[in-house]
Design a protein. Structure first.
Ligand code: GDP
Ligand code: SF4
Ligand code: MG
Lengths: 388, 598
């Protein structure tokens, strides 16, 4: 497989600093495969949560700018419109005009009106949870929207003026085939979006789907098919003018998700809302994963941090390497040294040597990156960068 | 002091027949320890001994016992009950005039009962038959007594019936120790001769020798000589185990106790050596023991080559307290630097392994245990081969000899058929069948050690529903039609995966080894060919398909900590593996080649 040449100037992996993530832990109902923290919205009072999140945001008043904002979930789009807009206005009033402001939406929960309101409020990027263009696959996953909803959502977003629209897709769904996946991919391409994330279905601990697999009621797609689906994804999307910039992410040039690039650069970000993670001032923290307890803590002025960890320098270097290597551009060696104080080629000399011999890693032009052959088996390589 | 009031004795038994419990009860009856203290089975010193419920090393304790108005000094020496540790039993018995042979009344005579009784007879110890656990409803003291009479020649009416648990009969048994067992010979006037029957190494005090004084006496500040190693030392402390170490000024003829004499390392003393007075030495040393014989060898390599010095330190530490364990540096082309370790048997190996893991933090990869072979080369030399890797080329071998043992199996008559079949499949030759009682039998075999040392005991337990017991004794090396099986992983021959087997089963075993390895070596990022060669000819091949997909689909901000943990675990999994070329071979793979089951 040929080596991609990287155009450093256009690659936004460099220079990013701080991001803001807001987690909306509500969904209409729980999808069968989902391992995210979210609860059915009908059991909760959305305005109370939004108020709590706004109060948590208040703790970060002193931060001057966020280059990127990302509202994810859960399903932010299941919030009542006025609550969602209240949250967005609160953010933009403190940090006006971030370079990128993304919101995740569920195709079944949107209309023309909301897209225009989002756009006016300052949102610049829409990420749509399409997942599949095969109705039976949507049903299998427990998704509540239809294939038609996805097309309409893209169309409405575009009409509202959005020029940066992304679709999330899932492959290797039980019962799916290479051709059903190709169909989903082509449908996504045909919708003319700028960004596609393609994730292999994972069986998260404790989900109903995982239990069905354990009970032998559902058979995961075999490894070889999974591999072919992934290879096809890369081939088809590149043919259609998308550039793979991370293991599961593809974009038309210039439409890479800056917020996520910030994660893979291992740069700091704030996270607010229940179960949100943050990496700030050298600390990795995770908020309480319980809506009620989160709100109570905020209302009583207590901390919402449930877990906290301060990685040491070597750990930071390892985390940075693992995250960087998920990017097709890989580790930019001098950036890495500036950021972590370590020479990656020395720190990871043993696995680098071994994987170069196996053709799984390459080092050229001041970068160290996974080869195309390594992508489908990246974890088996990356684990050797997880400690020194 | 006259020896008339001293009795030195051991308790010998098949494992679990109640040796330790009886020792505790005896200590309680003699007032040495309270009931509460006795609970933890005081004589089992090491953690591993307690956890596994087996005694590994002999230990000694001194007690006083009143009988017929006189106070006797009783020295009890505890012994191990496992086949691997026979030599320890012999050592302990040499220091005694008598032994209590304990047999569980619910189990009857078992393989180690017989083996230990033989050892006692060889050492000239007087035996008292003890039928234990008579408190249990399933006890069959009459049949047990008949079995004892039949195989061991102790009259059934002379056996004592006791319950070590409740203490029933223990006092009568102690009276018998005093009245039936002979006192030690009264050789106080002769030149000093004390037998070292065990040693331990204490971090602070150095080597502590367990001794039995046969003649003369030992006293503090005396200048003594170890006759075997010809070294002299000054005694700094003498004492007895009560069971704590209690210092005394003097140990007289017939007594048992300990000697501390500024000996730094275990390697500076030989168990079985004689201590004498430096200025008035004994004419000749006491009859020593046969040195322990290492039956099983296995190579240990550090998972990470930089751990080699640490592994050496760890072994040095282990050897300090285990004179029967040996380690010699090795350099394998495939596995790098490591050590060839010698053990008394498989249990001994497991115990050392366990201590290595528990007391050190080193990832080790261990090769499949092997027995020693003897090679007569074409140029007339005799070589001892402790690893298939060291076997010379076939063209240089005149004769290849393997170790044989006399194997005794005791079982119920209903499983004779299954056991005969098993033994036959392992090249064992039946020498003798003897009925212990109506439905229990002793089968005596001549067996190749290699065939019975690994999994034979488990299989035996299987076919006999847990009832059969076995014991064996090395008899000598004999020529065998043996061949070496070589394994190639990714085209590289891996010495550590070689095996020496009988020609008749070689092909079959070779194929099985490949199947085992295919399962035990995890899939890699590339395809791995596996080949098996016998006599330079490839007879079978297999391949381990590469994994095709192993990647986390989503990795964003909040997932980092969790994902890093998962990746670290994935990497940890690779650690207990050995890199051979670019293939990582896990510990289990090295062991898997011994599995000959279908
Ligand atoms: N019921 C009963 N159990 C006993 C008796 N003696 C020993 N045991 C039990 O048998 C098991 C093995 O005893 P132990 O003294 O450890 O045997 P050793 O392996 O010979 O030292 C333990 O569970 C003891 O509690 C006895 O007289 N009666
Ligand atoms: S997959 Fe998305 S919509 Fe479905 S439950 Fe999870 S967060 Fe909610
Ligand atoms: Mg015991």
């Amino acid at each position: 497989m040929g080596n991609q040449k990287f155009d450093c100037e256009s690659c936004p992996s460099i220079k990013r600093t701080a991001g803001l993530y807001v987690h909306i832990p509500f969904c209409e109902a729980k999808c069968r495969y989902c391992g995210f923290y979210s609860e059915p919205i009908k059991n909760h009072a959305p305005q109370r949560l939004v108020s709590a999140i706004i109060r948590e945001l208040g703790q970060y008043d002193h931060i001057e700018t966020f280059q990127t904002v990302y509202i994810g979930g859960g399903s932010p789009s299941c919030l009542p419109a006025e609550q969602l807009l209240r949250l967005i206005r609160e953010i933009t009033s403190h940090w006006p005009k971030p370079e990128e402001f993304t919101i995740e939406v569920n195709p079944g929960q949107v209309n023309k009106g909301i897209f225009s309101q989002l756009r006016t409020a300052g949102v610049t990027r829409i990420s749509i949870g399409a997942q599949s263009f095969n109705p039976d696959e949507l049903t299998f996953l427990g998704r509540r929207h239809s294939v038609g909803d996805t097309g309409r959502a893209v169309e409405m977003a575009r009409q509202a003026g959005f020029e940066n629209i992304g679709l999330d897709l899932i492959f290797a769904i039980p019962h799916s085939t290479l051709s059903s996946w190709k169909y989903s991919l082509c449908s996504a391409i045909d919708l003319g979006v700028q960004h596609i994330s393609a994730y292999a279905l994972t069986y998260e601990e404790g989900t109903p789907l995982q239990k069905s697999v354990e009970a032998g009621e559902v058979a995961p797609v075999d490894e070889e098919t999974d591999r072919q689906m992934y290879e096809t994804t890369i081939d088809e999307l590149e043919k259609a003018g998308f550039k793979q910039y991370e293991i599961s992410n593809f974009a038309k040039p210039g439409f890479e998700c800056k917020h996520n690039l910030n994660y893979w650069a291992n740069k700091p970000y704030i996270g607010v809302g229940p179960a949100a993670g943050a990496y700030w001032n050298g600390k990795r923290t995770l908020n309480i994963s319980d809506i009620k307890k989160y709100i109570e803590a905020i209302e009583q002025g207590k901390t919402v941090i449930a877990e906290s960890e301060t990685p040491d320098n070597t750990q930071i270097a390892c985390e940075t390497a693992v995250l960087n290597l998920r990017r097709r551009c890989g580790i930019i060696l001098d950036e890495f040294e500036k950021q972590t104080g370590f020479d990656a080629m020395k720190l990871f000399a043993e696995p680098i040597g071994r994987y170069q011999n196996l053709g799984l890693i390459e080092a050229t032009d001041g970068r160290l990156f996974l080869t195309r052959d390594a992508l489908p088996i990246a974890d088996s390589v990356l684990c050797d960068f997880s400690t020194t | 002091m006259s020896t008339e009031l001293i009795r030195n004795f051991s308790i010998i038994a098949h494992i679990d027949h109640g040796k330790s419990t009886l020792a505790d009860r005896i200590m309680e009856v003699t007032g040495l320890v309270s009931n509460r203290e006795a609970k933890a089975q005081l004589l089992d010193d090491m953690d591993i001994e307690r956890e596994r419920g087996i005694t590994i090393k002999a230990s000694a304790v001194t007690m006083n016992y009143e009988h017929a108005g006189k106070t006797y000094m009783l020295n009890l020496i505890d012994t191990p009950g496992h086949v691997d540790f026979h030599y320890e039993v012999s050592r302990a018995l040499t220091a005694c005039e008598g032994a209590l042979l304990v047999v569980d009344a619910t189990q009857g005579v078992q393989a180690q009962t017989v083996a230990n009784a033989y050892l006692a007879t060889e050492s000239g110890a007087e035996l008292i038959g003890v039928i234990n656990k008579v408190d249990l409803p399933s006890a069959q003291p009459e049949i047990t007594a008949e079995e004892i009479e039949h195989v061991l020649g102790i009259k059934k009416q002379d056996c004592f019936r006791i319950s070590a648990k409740t203490g029933m009969g223990v006092r009568e048994l102690l009276d018998a120790v005093v009245t039936l067992l002979p006192p030690p010979p009264d050789d106080g006037d002769k030149p000093t001769a004390a037998l070292v029957f065990d040693c331990i190494c204490d971090d602070y005090r150095g080597v502590i020798c367990y001794v039995r004084v046969f003649a003369g006496s030992l006293s503090v500040k005396q200048k003594i000589r170890f006759m075997g190693v010809a070294r002299t030392h000054l005694i700094t402390e003498l004492g007895k185990f009560t069971p704590k170490m209690s210092p005394v000024d003097r140990l007289s003829a017939g007594e048992v106790g300990y000697v501390i004499a500024n000996v730094r390392q275990l390697s500076d003393v030989t168990i079985g050596d004689t201590i004498t007075d430096d200025s008035k030495p004994a004419e000749k040393p006491l009859p020593g023991y046969v040195p322990p014989m290492q039956m099983v060898f296995s190579d240990f390599y550090p998972g990470n080559n930089t751990d080699y010095p640490n592994l050496r330190l760890a072994f040095e530490k282990l050897a300090l307290n285990d004179a029967s364990f040996s380690f010699i540096p090795q350099n394998s082309p495939a596995l790098g630097f490591g050590f060839r370790c010698g053990f008394l048997g498989l249990l001994h190996m497991e115990i050392v392994q366990e201590r290595l893991e528990r007391e050190n933090n080193i990832d080790v990869v261990q090769t499949a245990p092997t027995v020693s072979y003897e090679v007569l080369t074409t140029d007339g030399r005799t070589l001892k081969i402790d690893s298939p890797a060291d076997l010379p080329d076939v063209t240089q071998i005149e004769e290849l000899r393997e170790p044989f043992v006399r194997l005794e199996v005791i079982t119920g008559t209903d499983s004779i058929g299954g056991i005969m079949k098993l033994a036959e499949s392992r090249r064992c030759k039946l020498l003798k069948t003897d009925y212990l009682s109506q439905n229990r039998v002793i089968l005596e075999y001549k067996a190749p050690l290699a065939e019975i040392v690994y999994d034979f005991y488990d299989l035996l337990k299987g076919v006999s529903h847990g009832y059969a017991t076995m014991d064996y004794e090395f008899t000598g090396f004999e020529v065998g039609d043996l061949v070496k099986i070589n394994i190639l992983v990714n085209k590289i021959q891996v010495d550590a995966l070689s095996l020496i087997v009988h020609r008749s089963v070689a092909e079959n075993r070779g194929r099985k080894m490949l199947v085992r390895l295919r399962k035990a070596i995890p899939r890699h990022q590339f395809e791995i060919p596996l080949q098996v060669a016998i006599g330079g000819k490839i007879i079978a091949r297999e391949s381990i398909k590469p994994f095709r997909k192993d990647v986390t689909a989503k990795l964003y901000g909040g997932d980092v900590t969790r994902k890093m943990k998962v990746l670290k675990r994935q990497r940890e999994g690779k650690k207990r593996m050995k890199n051979i070329g670019s293939v990582q071979i896990p510990q289990e793979a090295f062991m898997s080649i011994l599995d000959s089951s279908d």
